[in-house]
Ligand binder design. Structure first.
Ligand SMILES: [Zn+2]
Length: 65
């Protein structure tokens, strides 16, 4: 992951973990941008995850019975 990509604001970032193919704001996403942009929360259908692991939050396993 050394190559740099344009993020949704047109800036180049080198630590992208995904890419949003939305027509409104296409571009690469790093953790910070993904968080601010709330791609996951918005359930962006155009979101491409490069690496599932990076997107996984540290969620506590709730025991449900
Ligand atoms: Zn998006």
């Amino acid at each position: 992951m050394s190559h740099r990509e344009k993020d949704i604001h047109g800036k180049y970032i080198g630590n992208a973990i995904g890419y949003c193919h939305s027509e409104v704001h296409p571009g690469a996403l790093n953790r910070e941008i993904a968080y601010k942009h709330k791609c996951l929360a918005k359930k962006c259908s155009n979101l491409e995850k490069y690496d599932e692991e990076s997107w996984r939050k540290k969620e506590k396993c709730r025991k449900r019975r």
